[in-house]
Ligand binder design. Sequence first.
Ligand SMILES: [Zn+2]
Length: 179
Amino acid sequence: MPSPIGHTLLAFSVTGFQNKSSLSMAGWYLLILIAGVAPDFDFLPGILIGDPNRFHHGPTHSILAGVVFTAFMYIIIKPLNLRAALLIFLVYLTHVLADSLSADSGAPYGVPLFWPFSPDYLISPIPVFRNFIHGGEGGGFNHFLGDVFSIHNLWAIAIEILVLGPILWISHRVRQRKV
Ligand SMILES: [Zn+2]
């Protein structure tokens, strides 16, 4: 998986910086940020039981979860129009696809994109992103934190910024020209 920083760069590459909703600017940005990392909320139940990786790369990393998340946001956030909701769905889906393009050091490898219709996990044979390590299942909270704040991950973030920074810049420039 890319880091939260990589996922955030990707999220804004998808949406651009213009406010596409009738939310406040801060509210719209916050929503993009949350949608960009939402699939990884599957760390939370594991953190609560002292095994952060227990449920990671489960059903939240699927197209169906993206649909459910978007529908939920559309219902609870009243000023969200359909176009903004579609962007939020794309941001969520981009997270899942980016995970499938990353090196993965722990089974199950990749993401269950078509869950529950297919149990298969998809992963690119050629990783685009270095793996952002975060311990392993059964490794406990200290192993999780030790990995998250490691030199390996600093390098992973640096590569993400090198790869995704220009993509974000290009998407921003293209949008500016269209305006
Ligand atoms: Zn993820």
